[in-house]
Design a protein around this ligand. Structure first.
Ligand SMILES: O=C(CO)[C@@H](O)[C@H](O)COP(=O)(O)O
Length: 216
């Protein structure tokens, strides 16, 4: 939703779900971990009053622990934190996310090796999704980094049933590359909000993933 009109967030959310979006991806940025500042728990709480959609929160913040209880109480559905911020406390983080009834996920920046998330996927109380950033986090409208697909291929081979999300520069010209590598959760901002027919783009993204899943 970073590409949406934030002054009309509820109607933008309805527009996207009416166009066929399964989830609403909410980029939460603190202006410290990334050089941008967006939304927090109060916005999620207000939005939750207007939609039952899955709110897939991506925490681009230095201290994700500070956001767990506020976002859980606000009605967030998924809570995906960055491994770069939680190498020493991810077990506590995942436990507290789960206690709040949210789905835990872990994200990694382009320069972070994929090996750094294996322990979180294999843990007794594991994350349920890995978000492979395909741009440097902080802004929408950037160019897709195809070199990140090696991470997706490795994850898909190692964990066949894991949810693998990709985020950054996804659209009609890049979706087949991501889907064929094994990504099954697709974040798309500018390619959908900027499209003359957003529903057609959402349908194209979904069809590409479904087609690729038949070969995995
Ligand atoms: O987390 C981020 C950016 O940090 C992403 O969610 C972007 O907001 C995706 O936007 P597009 O690249 O699809 O325009």
């Amino acid at each position: 939703m970073l590409s949406s009109d934030f002054s009309n967030l509820a109607s933008e959310a309805h527009r996207m779900t009416n166009y066929g979006a399964d989830w609403l991806h909410m980029d939460i940025m603190d202006g410290h971990f990334v050089p941008n500042l967006t939304i927090g728990a109060p916005i999620i709480e207000s939005l939750r009053k207007h939609t039952k959609a899955y709110l897939d929160c991506h925490l681009m913040v230095t201290n994700p622990l500070d956001y767990v209880e506020p976002l859980g109480k606000a009605g967030a559905s998924g809570f995906t934190f960055h491994i770069e911020t939680s190498k020493d406390n991810w077990k506590e983080l995942v436990e507290r996310i789960s206690i709040q009834g949210m789905r835990p996920g872990v994200a990694l920046k382009p320069e972070t090796p994929i090996e750094e998330v294996y322990a979180l996927v294999e843990a007794e109380n594991p994350v349920e999704m890995v978000l492979v950033m395909t741009v440097e986090p902080g802004f929408g409208g950037q160019k897709f980094m195809p070199e990140m697909m090696d991470k997706v291929r490795i994850l898909r081979k190692k964990y066949p049933s894991l949810d693998i999300e990709v985020d950054g520069g996804l659209g009609p010209s890049t979706i087949d590359t991501a889907a064929s590598a094994g990504a099954n959760c697709i974040v798309a901002g500018s390619s959908v909000f900027g499209a003359p027919e957003p529903a057609q783009v959402i349908s194209l993204l979904r069809n590409s993933v479904e087609k690729a899943q038949q070969t995995h």
